[in-house]
Design a protein around this ligand. Sequence first.
Ligand code: SAM
Length: 730
Amino acid sequence: MAGVAVWNVVENLHAQDLVGGVFLADEAALAALQSFSRAGVVAAHKQLRQESAAMEAVSKSQGTYRGCVPSYMDPHGLPSFPVPLVTSRSTLCKNVGLVDLEPGRASPGSVLHGFLRVEAFRCSNVAVTALEDDSGRMARVLALNSLFWNSSQEEVARIFPQGAEVLVKHPCLVEAEFCQGLALWVPNPLSLEIVSYFPRMEVGEPDVYLSWGSKELDERKNFLAAADLFTRCLECLRACGDETKMVVALVRRAEARLKLERYEEALADVEKALALDRHDFKSLAVKGAALLGLKQYGSSTSCFKQVAEVEASPTYRSLYDASLRFNEQSERGVYDLSEHYLAAGGNVEEDRAPELADFVGPVKVAMTRDARGRGLFLTESVSVGQLLLVSNAVAMVFPDEDCPVLEVDKFGTLLTAVLRACIASPRTLAQVYSLAESDPVTGLTIDKNEVPEMELFQPNTGSLELHEELLLDVTRIANILHCINENGKAADTLVTRDFDGLWTLPSFLNHSCLPNVGVHYVGKALLVVAARDMEAETELVRSYGSALAPWNPMRRESIRVECRCERCALEKRLEEELRDVSQRFDALLNATSMVESEFHEQLGELAVELERKVWDVDLRETEKQWLRTSYCLAYLSFYLRNETCQREKTMPLKEDIARALHSTSPGFSKTLMAMCCLLEDGNGSRGLLEDECFALCGRQNHEVAAAIVKQARYKDNNKCLKHIYYHILL
Ligand SMILES: C[S@@+](CC[C@H](N)C(=O)[O-])C[C@H]1O[C@@H](n2cnc3c(N)ncnc32)[C@H](O)[C@@H]1O
């Protein structure tokens, strides 16, 4: 059959062949494809479907599933792109075919239905594939997605699986020089929505779908395919009005959706299952897990309580205990992390860190009065060491130690992870969209005046009422990450690790070189602690870079905002007086080939000189402390050099410098580290070090505080002090 022959050629095509005019099909097929009028393909397609239906009938009767079903397993068990954010079938306007599309003009409000016919191929940031519409016409598809820069060929093929049934929203045919001809242009990954991975079958048996789905879910860990198969099972059950198996299918689909972290959808499934059988134990257990994922800790606790009463298994008992603990944490802000801090002096591996619930304490987002956009403010007065906020990362990435990734790759990895989280949850997407974003051209922050409702970030709130359907906009999210990442980077960590991530509510913290909160990380959670006693309505501020450096390019570059705090103003005012010291300080720290003893010698002399200046100009005590903090490394070298010599009378005591650091930049792991370089473990210094530890990690008992200090001191044993200097400075 001629039609079948053409079809087979198309089946054997690779998307590469669609680029740049290199095309392996015979002349006739090529001409037919390029003109979008492939005579005979409709007939061939029908025939193929009959054949595949016959094949499937055989595999069903044998209880095996083989043939044209590819494996789309995501190694992380997460959904690939594009995945529908909101089921858009209901919002579809009109169905169009390729023949209805006018080249060069987008067709808003319409949708093109079809199947992907070749394995997708990556070409820079474009995925190339071919779509066949309902009338058998073919078009190249160019799907643009900045993520593809970082995707492998296999990943792109998995994202656009051959054989997938897709909907293309607002289709547009463009003349693409890239492939010398017309192509469907898909600029938003969610505009190309995969509605199913499997060829639609004319007849389906619910039991077969159910067992295939279970196999995909339990054995192959292919959660998207599993969810899709359970959907088909449910469709069949609904069509024949069979309610008996509905509960099982709904719960199984909910389990698949849990794995995909699509908690809202999982919850909707189990609610339906419980409406059919309110005593179904499995539904209740899955409901508990979905509520836990949605951070509705109170409701998840009561679910698990019911479950544990029915079946006293250790798994359900521990889920109940965890849920109860999360509920306590999120409601009262009480977290006992002593075990975590005591384990190896706080230096525990990330995967052994305890999971923590989100907590929103006495804070609110509000507009600043001086053009710094929105900020985080206190709603009541607090005392030092009080926990203000705990926020779990939307996404977090660690460098691969075996293969150090380039910054650009790290950003791509983070962006991918954030997008996945946004696709899984509309609430996460709404949180991310509330954040500041950078202008891609100027790199400057685009002013946003909208103050988000706190409810958006609070745990234990029910499902979110979205005013509008939020669409995933990759460019917008990339711009948000550029802004947040550069300013709110996870550089300050108790266990000094280099990681990046996105934490939404803490991203409203503005910068100040006189910070008033402590920020540290426990696993995925970021904890914000009051580093000073503060009145209600005080704006909470953290330092974006190291606050232990002078106001010169060094500090300014590391914080990346034009800071107008009092400390910066003072150093600007004294720029002339401090020029010489500042320049010599920079030169010393940039000198690469200096012997360490000479480096400390010269840096120590700078401290003496600075101290003279401090006394020459008339300064308040706090102002002196700010300057000493800025040049604290010079003081460190001075004391190192003079440890055995007679101290110069004009110089302050080590304890004075440590006190200056604590009062200027409290709640900063580098402050604690620098203080540890200055102070021994004696009784006299314990109070000071402990105060700094409270500002960073919240109030702890003496034993825990000592463990945290030990961890900060750890690197002190490392003989290369210069290494610690760079760590403190940058
Ligand atoms: C992480 S966001 C902080 C929240 C932000 N103000 C908002 O409205 O969403 C970082 C951005 O806030 C602004 N910002 C933060 N601290 C600032 C400061 N001390 N001075 C000026 N702008 C600041 C800058 O535009 C920066 O790019």
